[in-house]
Every structure is written in structure tokens, then in C-alpha cells.
Design a protein around this ligand. Structure first.
Ligand SMILES: [Zn+2]
Length: 410
């Protein structure tokens, strides 16, 4: 296949992906004003409902503009030989393929991040601010950026450098070494993410003694769940939106509650949310997700190994001197329809798992406080009560509030 043909396939994939996304968004927007289902009538009062309608519409408009901007930027880069330009800069600085690749990806990543920063700034300080969600100071916003870049440079740069080095010493077999490295990294991150990465951004304190902790401990003892690590994280530093999540396994497993969640919910409701999280662990969803992600990575790396030394891939994106890093860019886009499909499958499983975790909470604790907590959390984040089914199918990792409600009260 000629580089020219591959180039047009890449442009087609980028454009179709954008169009499909916009169709889904507009279907979803069409349902914004649908009547609220009877079962959810108590989520919003009149005023909060009005506010949620406005919030949805503002976000819809914002996402249209920002995604159109990103598409134009990407297509412009392709049509005006941006990759060749960056590749030349990198080759003028070094002769080492690993260094060249790091500079190449470094320039592309940081430039696109800087160009799109005004959008995230506007989203945080104008939209989220207007609806009362934003608690982020400008200092925190820019410090987060800086820390994010540092993390990306160290971790992303490290992994990329190793993969290219594997390619240099093992040729097409590099994927096996890369796979082992990424697998070890995935497991390590899952276990220690809360200990190493989270403290860079947030403060976590063990849940203090008191009636809530006693209730949680009683529940944990009842379901035979060894729980030494319950942490409260200062989510309120950035946003009023609340959350809870489970991480790690074995001795490293921990449950993290946002301080906003602890403040917004009654104790029974918090225990119910926690019971849901314990359900994810007991039903082995954590292990499933790790294993699935490692298998998918292996498949992707294997397919990459079949194509990455095809010079046409580099030439297709306008880079005259074929290389691993240029091939990687082309491959990333050509492969994206497949990763979209695996994403759909993973979301499907994720929604199934949410039902299972809800059932676990209902059977081992109670359904009622979980229902009221989900309703409160939906209200406090002004969430959409009438999403379009196609949008849910593609984008939702959780069932809709109505679906969860129906499952919990049956
Ligand atoms: Zn869940």
C-alpha cells in the first residue's frame, strides 16, 4: 500500500471518529429536555433541575468547540507536514534514536498540551466556577500542570525509552520484553498508586475514630473483609464533586473516600457506598481489569511489532526518514478503531460489574441507603438523568441512575 493511501486512511479514521462522536453527542443533547423518569423525580427540586439543564447545555457547547479545535489542529499537523518538521528538529539535536524519539514525542506532547490549556482553564475557571463546582485555585491549577508534566516526562519518557531500546536489541521480538515491562508496571502502579502518585496531588488521612469508622468496621467484619486502610482524601481542594474508589490488592488494598463524600452523605449512605466498593473487590473486578488490560496490551504490542518496521507508515505521515517513533504515530491512529471496540467491550463489562457491586451492597448491607446516596451524588454533580441509550452504550462505564435504581429496588 502506498504512503499516500495510508495517509488518506489516517485522515478518514480521524474524521469518521470525530463525526461519530459528534452524532452521539447530539443524540444525547436531544434527550436533555426529556421528562425526568418518575423514579427519579425526587433527585432535583425545580431550581436545581433548571441549573442541571443549563450545565448540560453549556458543557455540550464547550465540548463541540474544543473537539472541533483539536480536530483542526491534528488535521493541520498532518496536512502541513508537522511530523517531518518536528522530526528534523529532533535529528538536529541528537543522533541517538532513543533521544530523537524522546524529543519528538516530547515536543508533540507538550506543544499540544500548552495549546489546549486555555480550554481546560476555561472549563475549570469559567464553567465549573459558574455552577459552583470549582474549588481549584489558580496556583493549584498550574502546579497540577507542572506535576503532571513531570510525571509524564519521568514515567512516559522512561517507558518509551525502554521500548525503543528493546526494539534496538531484539528487533521484531521487542514486543515480548515491552509487554513484560508494561505488565510489571501496571501491577506495580495498581498496588502503589495511592502511596506514590496520589500524595503528589492530594493529602490523604486515615479515617478518624468515631461512629462512622465503627460502622464501617462492623460491616467489614460481617462480610469477612480485612480492611486496614480507609483514607479520606481532600477532594474539596479542587471540586465540590464527590467520589469513592478502591485500589490495590493484597496487603496494599485500600478504600479512599473523598472528604466531599463524607460531608455530603449520612453515615449509613457512606457505609453503603463502601459496601459497593468492597463488592468490586469480592467479585474480583479489580483482578479482572488488571488481567484484561495486560492481555490487551500484549495483543496491541504484538500487532505493533508486525507493522512498526514498515517504512510506508513513517512516509505516510510525511516523515522522510522512517523510524520507530514515526511508525508508532501512524500505527496509533490506524489501530484506534480496534481500541475503540475493545473500549466498548470494557465499558460493557464495567457496567455489568457495577450491577454486581450494587447487588453485593444490597445483599450484605442495604439497598435503600445506596439508592439515596446515588441520588444525592447525582444531584450534587448536576448529572444528566436522561442520557441517550447510544451515548450510554459507548461512553458510560456505569449504568444510568435510573438503571441502578431499578436494579436496587427490585
Ligand atoms: Zn463501582
Amino acid at each position: 500500500m502506498s504512503p499516500q493511501t495510508i495517509f488518506y486512511i489516517i485522515i478518514a479514521i480521524l474524521s469518521i471518529d470525530f463525526i461519530v462522536d459528534k452524532i452521539l453527542d447530539s443524540l444525547n443533547a436531544k434527550n436533555f429536555d426529556n421528562p425526568v423518569p418518575e423514579a427519579l423525580a425526587d433527585v432535583y427540586d425545580k431550581e436545581a433541575y433548571k441549573k442541571s439543564q443549563a450545565y448540560k447545555k453549556t458543557n455540550y457547547k464547550f465540548s463541540n468547540i474544543s473537539s472541533l479545535f483539536s480536530l483542526c489542529l491534528t488535521l493541520g499537523f498532518f496536512f502541513f507536514d508537522g511530523f517531518e518538521y518536528v522530526d528534523e528538529i529532533a535529528r538536529n539535536i541528537s543522533n541517538n534514536e532513543v533521544i530523537i524519539a524522546l524529543i519528538f514525542f516530547g515536543i508533540i506532547t507538550f506543544a499540544s498540551d500548552i495549546i489546549t490549556t486555555p480550554f481546560s482553564y476555561y472549563h475549570t475557571f469559567v464553567i465549573e466556577e459558574k455552577y459552583g463546582f470549582n474549588k481549584t485555585s489558580k496556583k493549584t491549577f498550574f502546579l497540577d500542570k507542572l506535576k503532571g508534566w513531570l510525571m509524564l516526562t519521568v514515567l512516559g519518557g522512561g517507558i518509551l525509552a525502554l521500548i525503543i531500546w528493546f526494539y534496538q536489541i531484539a528487533g521484531a521480538n521487542f514486543w515480548i520484553y515491552a509487554w513484560i515491562m508494561v505488565a510489571v508496571f501496571t501491577i506495580f502502579m495498581n498496588m502503589f498508586y495511592s502511596k506514590i502518585i496520589v500524595p503528589l496531588f492530594n493529602k490523604q488521612t486515615p479515617l478518624e475514630d468515631g461512629s462512622l469508622k465503627t460502622k464501617i468496621e462492623n460491616y467489614a467484619a460481617k462480610v469477612g473483609f480485612q480492611l486496614d486502610n480507609i483514607f479520606v482524601i481532600d477532594g474539596s481542594k479542587r471540586s465540590t464533586k464527590a467520589n469513592a474508589y478502591f485500589s490495590g490488592f493484597g496487603k496494599q488494598k485500600r478504600i479512599t473516600l473523598f472528604d466531599t463524600l463524607v460531608n455530603d452523605l449520612e453515615e449509613e449512605e457512606i457505609v453503603a457506598v463502601l459496601a459497593h466498593e468492597v463488592g468490586h473487590y469480592k467479585k474480583k473486578h479489580i483482578i479482572f481489569n488488571i488481567v484484561a488490560s495486560i492481555i490487551l496490551t500484549g495483543i496491541t504490542l504484538f500487532i505493533l511489532s508486525l507493522f512498526v518496521n514498515v517504512p510506508e507508515l513513517s512516509l505516510a505521515i510525511g516523515v522522510n526518514q522512517p523510524s520507530f517513533h514515526a511508525g508508532l504515530i501512524a500505527f496509533g491512529i490506524l489501530y484506534s478503531p480496534i481500541s475503540e471496540i475493545t473500549g466498548l467491550i470494557m465499558n460493557y463489562f464495567s457496567r455489568k460489574f457495577e450491577y454486581q457491586a450494587d447487588d453485593f451492597a444490597k445483599n450484605t448491607y442495604a439497598g435503600e441507603p445506596l439508592v439515596t446516596s446515588l441520588k444525592k451524588l447525582s444531584k450534587n454533580s448536576l448529572s444528566n438523568l436522561t442520557p441517550h441509550p447510544a451515548y450510554v452504550f459507548v461512553h458510560y462505564s456505569h449504568p444510568t441512575l435510573l438503571e441502578r435504581f431499578t436494579n436496587l429496588v427490585k
